[in-house]
Design a binder for this molecule. Structure first.
Ligand code: GAR
Length: 192
């Protein structure tokens, strides 16, 4: 049985593509059965459509509250029988509606070694702090910003001649390997 997962994303979707390619080429018993996106113009939408993956775009401005928006998401997730959610560059805090519906089944990838450098600027903040090592964290989410039980971390060196772009590229490369590895291991362990 393939584990039905949803990916939530707000932007480019390179992690979405890495997950989808890994699922297609490796023995990962999963299927991305839904992409949820909160930005109508995000490039990730076309990437999902190109693979025939159903897309739900939720424009938060159309809803009075986060709970209202998440209720729409939840009906789509339930309709598609989604068992776990992978956040991949989804730039919003998940609210109580989804946390309650998917306890310990929502996972996030963050481009820094949490608890250092949480938030939207994990790569920039680490670069500007002048650290010699940063990395990638994958964790279950809770109601906080990039908090929640850490599943795993991979370190990424910061080179003396790095620019923000070269460091970001190295971090993204690590993310694209690491997220599929973690997905595979969580499914194999029966954790999601
Ligand atoms: C990724 O680097 C991800 O770790 C980060 O957004 C990027 C999305 O890239 N997430 C966060 O910063 C969450 N706090 P992508 O759209 O190309 O996958």
């Amino acid at each position: 049985m393939l584990k039905k997962i949803a990916v939530f994303a707000s932007g480019n979707g390179t992690n979405f593509v890495a997950l989808q390619q890994a699922i297609q080429t490796r023995p990962i018993p999963a299927e991305i059965a839904l992409l949820v996106c909160d930005q109508a113009e995000a490039p990730v939408i076309k990437k999902a459509q190109a693979d025939g993956i159903p897309v739900l775009v939720v424009n938060f401005r159309d809803y009075a509250t986060k709970a209202d928006a998440e209720a729409i998401m939840l009906s789509a997730l339930q309709r598609e029988h989604i068992e776990a959610i992978l956040l991949a560059g989804y730039m919003r805090i998940i609210g109580q509606t989804l946390l309650t519906a998917y306890p310990h089944k929502i996972i996030n990838i963050h481009p820094a070694l949490l608890p250092q450098f949480p938030g939207r600027r994990g790569i920039e903040d680490a670069f500007e702090a002048g650290v010699t090592e940063t990395g990638v964290t994958i964790h279950f989410i809770d109601a906080g910003i990039d908090t929640g039980q850490i599943i795993g971390q991979r370190t990424v060196p910061v080179m003396a001649d790095d620019t923000l772009d070269s460091l970001a590229a190295r971090i993204h490369q690590t993310e694209h390997q690491f997220y599929p590895d973690v997905l595979q291991s969580l499914i194999n362990k029966g954790a999601i």
